[in-house]
Design a protein around this ligand. Structure first.
Ligand SMILES: [Zn+2]
Length: 230
C-alpha cells in the first residue's frame, strides 16, 4: 500500500458508478429517517429529551452506515427503524403510565434558583456545580440572581424563570461572564457581597477576609441590586 495515493483515498476498491448507488442509498436513509420522525411525532430538536437523543443517535449510526458502505445491505436498516419505532412508542406509552420510569428516562425538573440564590443543596445533590445555566439566565435578560424568585431546569435543558417584581428584587450574585465581575478575597468596603460559588449573600466589612459560611469559598463579588428593565 502507498500512503497518500489519491485514487485509493478517493475510491479504494469501489468502482466510480458506486457513487450513484451512494446517492440512492442516501435518499433511502433520508426517507427512512424522515418517516421515522413523522411517525413518532417529533416537532423539532429543541425539545428533545435524553431518551429521544438516544433513539436518534442509534438511528443515525444505522442510517449512516447504510448510506455509503457497499457491503451493508439495505433491508436490515429498515428492521432497525421499525424496531426503534415500536420501542419508542412502547416506552412513551409506559412512561405515560409510570412516573418512576419517566423520571429514570427523562430526568426530573430541578429547581436551580430559589428566592434569589442558587438552590445550593439541590444543585450539589444533582452534581450540578458548573453553572452553564447562567448563560440561559443571561439569555432571559437576567443580570443577577436577586431578580429571580425561582428558576427550574427542565428535562430538555431549558430553564423556566419566575421573576421577583421590581420592588421585591434582592441583592444578588451578578451572573455576567467571569471577566465582567470583579472578585475580591479582601473586601474593599462595607457592602452586601455574594459568594461567587454558592451565591449566598452576606453583609461584610472593609478589610474582611472571609470564607463563605455555606460553602467555604473565599471569593466574593459585590451584590447587585439592579432592577430588571422591561
Ligand atoms: Zn458560598
Amino acid at each position: 500500500m502507498q500512503a497518500f495515493d489519491l485514487h485509493r483515498m478517493a475510491f479504494d476498491k469501489v468502482p466510480v458508478d458506486f457513487l450513484a448507488e451512494v446517492a440512492l442509498r442516501s435518499l433511502y436513509t433520508f426517507v427512512l429517517v424522515f418517516l421515522f420522525l413523522k411517525i413518532t411525532g417529533r416537532r423539532g430538536v429543541r425539545q428533545m429529551s435524553l431518551f429521544e437523543v438516544l433513539i436518534i443517535l442509534t438511528l443515525g449510526s444505522a442510517a449512516g452506515d447504510v448510506a455509503f458502505y457497499d457491503d451493508v445491505p439495505m433491508l436490515p436498516v429498515l428492521i432497525v427503524f421499525v424496531t426503534l419505532g415500536i420501542l419508542y412508542r412502547l416506552v412513551m406509552w409506559l412512561m405515560s403510565h409510570s412516573e418512576k420510569l419517566e423520571d429514570l428516562l427523562e430526568g426530573k425538573p430541578v429547581i436551580v434558583v430559589s428566592d434569589g440564590e442558587l438552590a445550593w443543596e439541590k444543585l450539589r445533590a444533582e452534581n450540578l456545580t458548573e453553572f452553564e445555566f447562567f448563560m440561559e439566565l443571561r439569555l432571559n435578560g437576567i443580570e443577577h440572581l436577586g431578580q429571580v424568585k425561582r428558576a427550574i431546569m427542565e428535562t430538555n435543558g431549558q430553564i423556566s424563570v419566575y421573576y421577583f417584581s421590581d420592588e421585591d428584587v434582592k441583592p444578588g450574585l451578578p451572573i455576567l461572564p467571569g471577566k465582567c465581575v470583579e472578585r475580591f478575597t479582601v473586601l474593599p468596603e462595607e457592602n452586601d457581597y455574594a459568594c461567587t460559588r454558592c451565591s449566598a449573600i452576606f453583609h461584610l466589612h472593609a478589610g474582611d477576609r472571609q470564607l463563605c459560611a455555606r460553602c467555604a469559598n473565599p471569593e466574593w463579588a459585590k451584590a447587585s441590586r439592579a432592577k430588571r428593565i422591561t
